[in-house]
Design a protein around this ligand. Structure first.
Ligand SMILES: C[S@@+](CC[C@H](N)C(=O)[O-])C[C@H]1O[C@@H](n2cnc3c(N)ncnc32)[C@H](O)[C@@H]1O
Length: 427
C-alpha cells in the first residue's frame, strides 16, 4: 500500500478527535450572537463534514442532535470501516458515511445542507481538491447556511515550513509506515534544535514547540506533517476566496479570537478598528496574535439581524451550566477568567444565576448589578462558554444518547454525547 493518496497520508489512521466548536448549536450561537441569521436548529437540519476521519465526532453530534441529518465524507476506506462499525453498535440512523474524494462527491445527488464543516483538511490537500471543496460549498450549502473551515495559518505556522520540508524529504528516504517516519523526522529536527543555530537561534520558541509535538501520537504527527501539500494560509486569502462565492466571514469558532479585549493590546485594538476591511483587520490580528490555526465561520448570502430580531435571540438562547463543572471558589484562580479581572464579579453573579436556572441574556440583564448592556453581557457569556463553564442548551432528548455513550465507554473513549446541550463533552 502506498503511504500517500493524492499526496495525503493514508497508511496510518488519524486519531480520534471531537470538536465542540463544530457542533451545530455552538456554530449557530456564535453566528447569532455576532448578529447574523443562522439555520433553525430546533427544526430538522442537514450537516455535512468533509474529511470526517473515523467519524467519532459525527457520531457524537448525531446522537446529541436527533433533529439533524448528518453526513460524513472521507476517501480513506479504513477510516470509514471504523465509522460503519460505530453505526452498527449504536444503531444511530440520522448519520451516513460516504466513501469518496471531494472531486467525485460533486457527482452525487445529495440534498443541500445547512452546515458544511471541514477541520484539519484544507491546508493539507491538493489545490484541485481545495477547488472541489469550493464547488461542493457552491452546490450544496443553502442560503444563510454555515461554513466552518479550519486551516493552519501564517504567521504562527510559518516557521514550521522548513521543518515540514525536512520531514517530507526524510520520509521519502526511510522505510516503515508514516508514523515511524514522522517520529524519526521529529527526532532529527530536535537534534538540530539542540544545536541552537540559525532558525532555532532566530526563533527560540521553536525548540519547545517541537518538544511538545513529540508528545503527540505518531499517527497525528504523520497526518499533520507528512502530507505533500502542507501549506499554511493567510486569512485574508481565505476570506477573499470564500467571499467570491457569496460566503461572508462571521468570526472565529474558538470564541477567544473574537474577544479582542483579551487577546490584543489597546494599541492594536485601536489600530484594527481604524482599518476599513476585514481582510486587513484579520491580517493585523493574526500578526499580533501569531495565529497558528484558524477556525473560521462563514455565512452564505449573510443576512444581518435587525434590532428586534437580535433582542429575540437574547431571549431565545438559554445557557446552562455544563455537568461536572466545578466552579472555582475563587475565580481569580481560573487562568482563563482571570484574564479579565474587572469582570470577575460579573462572572460570579452569572454562574450563580445559571447554576440555579438556565438563563438567557435578557433575563441576566434584569438581574446583574451594576447594570450592563446586552452587548457587554453577551461578551461575558461568550467568555464563560469559551472557558468551558456554560453552554447554550437545546432541551432535546435523544434515544441515541445512551447507546452512544455505552459504545464510547466500551471503546475507552472519554467523550459523552449530551443531547440537552446539543454537544459532547470530555469526561
Ligand atoms: C487530519 S484528518 C481530520 C479528520 C477530522 N476532520 C478531525 O478533525 O478529527 C483529515 C481527513 O481528511 C481526509 N481527506 C484528505 N484528503 C481528502 C480528499 N481529497 N477527499 C476526501 N477525504 C480526504 C483524510 O482521509 C482524513 O480522514
Amino acid at each position: 500500500m502506498s503511504s500517500l493518496l493524492d499526496g495525503y497520508v493514508v497508511d496510518v489512521p488519524y486519531p480520534t478527535f471531537v470538536h465542540r466548536q463544530m457542533a451545530p448549536l455552538w456554530l449557530s450561537t456564535i453566528t447569532q450572537l455576532n448578529g447574523f441569521i443562522t439555520p433553525e436548529i430546533k427544526k430538522p437540519f442537514r450537516y455535512l463534514e468533509l474529511g470526517c476521519g473515523m467519524g467519532i465526532h459525527l457520531h457524537l453530534m448525531a446522537a446529541a442532535n436527533p433533529q439533524g441529518q448528518f453526513v460524513g465524507v472521507d476517501f480513506n476506506g479504513e477510516h470509514l470501516t471504523v465509522a460503519h462499525e460505530g453505526l452498527r453498535e449504536t444503531k444511530i440512523n440520522n448519520l451516513e458515511f460516504i466513501h469518496s474524494n471531494f472531486q467525485n462527491l460533486l457527482e452525487s445527488n445529495l440534498e443541500q445542507f445547512d452546515f458544511i464543516v471541514t477541520h484539519g483538511v484544507w491546508s493539507w490537500i491538493t489545490p484541485e481538491h481545495q477547488q472541489s471543496i469550493v464547488k461542493i460549498i457552491n452546490k450544496l450549502l443553502k442560503p444563510q447556511g454555515i461554513l466552518y473551515c479550519s486551516y493552519i495559518s501564517h504567521p504562527g505556522a510559518t516557521h514550521f515550513s522548513s521543518i515540514q520540508k525536512l520531514m517530507i524529504e526524510m520520509a521519502r528516504n526511510l522505510k516503515g509506515d508514516s508514523s515511524t517516519k514522522a517520529v524519526q523526522g521529529i527526532h532529527l529536527s530536535r537534534k538540530i534544535a539542540s544545536a541552537n543555530q540559525g532558525l532555532f537561534e532566530k526563533i527560540p520558541s521553536l525548540e519547545n514547540d517541537l518538544a511538545k509535538l513529540a508528545q503527540e501520537k505518531p499517527a497525528y504527527i504523520a497526518h499533520d506533517f507528512l502530507s505533500e501539500h502542507w501549506k499554511p494560509q493567510h486569512s485574508a486569502d481565505m476570506i477573499r476566496l470564500f467571499g467570491k462565492h457569496k460566503l461572508s466571514y462571521i468570526g472565529g469558532a474558538g470564541i477567544l479570537e473574537n474577544i479582542d479585549s483579551i487577546t490584543l493590546s489597546p494599541e492594536i485594538q485601536k489600530l484594527v478598528s481604524s482599518l476599513p476591511l476585514n481582510t486587513l483587520q484579520e491580517t493585523v490580528k493574526d500578526i499580533a496574535r501569531n495565529t497558528m490555526q484558524r477556525q473560521d465561520i462563514y455565512s452564505k448570502d449573510r443576512i444581518r439581524l435587525n434590532g428586534s430580531e437580535q433582542l429575540k435571540i437574547y431571549k431565545q438562547i438559554k445557557f446552562g451550566l455544563l455537568p461536572n463543572v466545578s466552579i472555582a471558589t475563587n475565580l481569580k484562580d481560573d487562568s482563563k477568567l482571570s484574564k479579565i479581572l474587572d469582570a470577575l464579579p460579573y462572572f460570579e453573579q452569572i454562574l450563580k444565576i445559571i447554576k440555579n436556572n438556565d438563563s438567557n441574556i435578557f433575563e441576566l440583564k434584569n438581574l446583574l448589578v451594576p447594570i450592563l448592556n446586552y452587548e457587554q453581557i453577551r461578551d461575558l457569556i461568550l467568555v464563560l462558554m469559551w472557558a468551558g463553564y456554560i453552554h447554550p442548551i437545546q432541551e432535546q432528548n435523544s434515544d441515541y444518547e445512551n447507546a452512544m455513550n455505552k459504545w464510547m465507554l466500551s471503546q475507552g473513549l472519554d467523550w459523552k454525547a449530551l443531547a440537552y446541550y446539543g454537544t459532547a463533552v470530555q469526561i
